[in-house]
Ligand binder design. Structure first.
Ligand code: TXA
Ligand code: MG
Length: 556
């Protein structure tokens, strides 16, 4: 994987499920029937968008591995990142964990319900897919009344990551969730704007003193005060965490791209607010000169007012998102993700946001903002994600080279492509072909080459036939055989790759496309017109399945 690739290719297994397409309904707690249906869906293994006081979550039954798999699928994130388990009462906690340390006990008593996630040793109720192989689980008891009502009503412990697509800022309004998850989940429950606006404090409480893995609204000072009030003092040696599986870093989520809009984000100032007007003014001036506009400002009301006066004649090049008073860290935190999303959506080429002192809630605010800004480096070189398609026939001289050429032309003619919901991630497709009964290095038939060149403007004349091997098969995301005989043969020879092998006919069936003939006869040894007919048949099939394949791979 290249540095820029955002995450492993979790869609490697070509598995199509129509159940994953929904008409997403936004329901509120006052809509008795809708709310009950959302709670029921949650209990029955579906994924539901849930408000909390920090950010919206994508909830599912934490005990149900299939439901958990749906969460990862909806989010578009690999499954090596543990999920937090949400409860609606403290009484539920003991069945989910195997040990509540004295530190954990104090944190639960002092801060739950509230914006904190306490990591404890897990019980056997929590499947491995929730803990991503760790022997611990993060427990969170949100204070948001709608979250509590939904969890209680569903009757299940609710595993939930933030409800954004992997890579975009966490959602703090139901409309953010609707935007990211539309069609991917059946329900989003309305809960208004999230009060805190930043994700919970994640704290490891398996040792003899809390260790913050992700800063949030509950601060280290507050935790130490609560521990002190309970008569506990910081031990001489803070016991480190127990050893964890090697591949699983302690807060695995931190290694993924988070919180970042697709444009560059820059932090202004150092946390003392004395010169902030000046900083904003300079930044805007610079970007206007560089023509990196519109410039997005995440800014206080008062500074925005000054900037509006100063740049009166160029206001069409400046986008404002105001969060409140200049030094109000609660307001800035509450609005940060909404601000980043909105400015990004409005087309900002660059966003400026103020630094806050790294104390109290400022630690969490700066943690998220610095992560967003750290993405700038990657943005300079566009990230890429790629998929591979292989066409297979017998000799790899007639039909599969034609299919290869046609697929390449379809891709080229509909370019540029990017990953769905991640306009900054370029999508790549590698198309090749091979034969099950050929020897390496034979020429493609001349007619296939000519049709590829004259009708599709694709040069395959330098390519030679390739013998299909298991290694080649293993690299592919999708293998399309020209006939059912070929696909049956491949599946029987290489059962491991069954899910990615299709014939033309099977592919049409998979996508419920009717009225197109997927049987492609071998034109070998026949005249040019027969090859042309073969090409137009392949063309018809590929044109029909192409958009579906892109959809499946989340490419647009
Ligand atoms: O405020 C929040 O915490 C939101 C709302 C929906 O509750 N949830 C949230 O979940 O932010 P998520 O999945 O986006 O982030 C959870 C973070 C990840 O960085 C994950 O790696 C870490 O918590 N985490 C979860 N369980 C863990 C565990 N057992 N050990 C270490 N880190 C864990
Ligand atoms: Mg998240």
């Amino acid at each position: 994987m290249s540095e820029n690739a955002l995450e492993p290719n979790h869609m490697n297994e070509w598995k199509l499920s129509d159940e994953t397409r929904f008409e997403t309904k936004l329901v509120s707690e006052t809509d008795e029937a809708g709310f009950a249906a959302a709670a029921r869906a949650l209990a029955e293994g579906e994924v539901v968008g849930m408000p909390t006081e920090t950010v919206y979550g994508l909830g599912c039954d934490a005990r149900n591995p299939e439901a958990v798999a749906r969460v990862y699928e909806a989010k578009g994130r690999p499954s090596d990142n543990p999920l937090i388990v949400h409860v609606a009462s403290k009484e539920t906690i003991p069945q989910l964990v195997s040990d509540i340390t004295p530190v954990a006990r104090v944190l639960i008593d002092a801060f739950m319900p509230g914006p904190i996630t306490v990591i404890m040793k897990k019980s056997s109720v929590i499947p491995d897919c929730v803990s991503a192989g760790l022997d611990t689980v993060g427990i969170r008891f949100p204070i948001h009344p709608v979250a509590q009502a939904l969890i209680a009503r569903s009757g299940v412990p609710v595993a939930a990551p933030s409800a954004n697509l992997s890579g975009s800022p966490s959602p703090t309004k139901s409309e953010h969730v609707m935007k990211d998850m539309n069609g991917r989940i059946p329900y989003v429950v309305e809960g208004g704007e999230c009060q805190v606006g930043l994700e919970s404090t994640v704290v490891d409480a398996t040792g003899n003193w809390p260790q913050i893995l992700r800063p949030g609204a509950v601060t280290m000072e507050q935790m130490e005060a609560a521990l002190a009030a309970a008569g506990m003092t910081k031990p001489e040696t803070v016991v480190a965490l127990e050893s964890k599986p090697e591949e699983a870093p302690r807060a695995p989520g931190m290694k993924y791209r988070h919180y970042a809009p697709s444009c560059e984000v820059h932090i202004l100032g150092t946390g003392d607010f004395t010169n902030y007007e000046e900083y904003y003014k300079e930044a805007v001036e610079r970007e206007l000169i560089d023509e990196k506009t519109p410039v997005g400002l995440f800014v206080s009301e008062s500074i925005a007012a000054e900037i509006r006066v100063l740049f009166e004649d160029r206001l069409d090049k400046i986008l404002f998102y105001t969060y409140g008073e200049t030094a109000d860290v609660e307001a800035a935190s509450h609005h940060l993700f909404d601000g980043l999303r909105l400015l990004d959506e409005q087309g900002a080429q660059v966003i400026f946001a103020p630094a806050f002192p790294k104390e109290g809630l400022g630690v969490a605010y700066m943690n998220r903002l610095e992560k967003a800004a750290a993405e700038n480096v990657k943005k300079k070189e566009p990230a890429k994600e790629s998929r591979r398609v292989l066409f297979v026939c017998s000799g790899n001289t007639c039909r599969s080279p034609l299919a290869e050429a046609i697929m390449k032309s379809l891709w080229r003619d509909s370019a540029p492509h990017h990953m769905l919901g991640r306009p900054d991630v370029e999508a790549e497709l590698a198309v090749s072909s091979a034969g099950v009964a050929t020897s390496d290095g034979r020429f493609y038939t001349r007619y296939s080459e000519e049709i590829a060149e004259y009708e599709y403007n694709v040069d395959i004349s330098k390519e030679r036939s390739t013998q299909l091997t298991e290694a080649l098969l293993a690299e592919q995301d999708l293998v399309v055989c020209v006939t059912d005989d070929h696909s049956h043969y491949l599946r029987s020879q290489y059962p491991e790759y069954t899910k990615r092998v299709f014939s033309f006919e099977e592919l049409l069936e998979e996508f419920h496309i009717e009225g197109i003939d997927g049987h492609i006869a071998d034109p070998y040894g026949r005249e040019y017109e027969v090859y042309q007919k073969t090409a137009s048949q392949i063309d018809r099939v590929l044109r029909a399945v192409f958009p579906e394949i892109l959809k499946k791979w989340e490419m647009t």
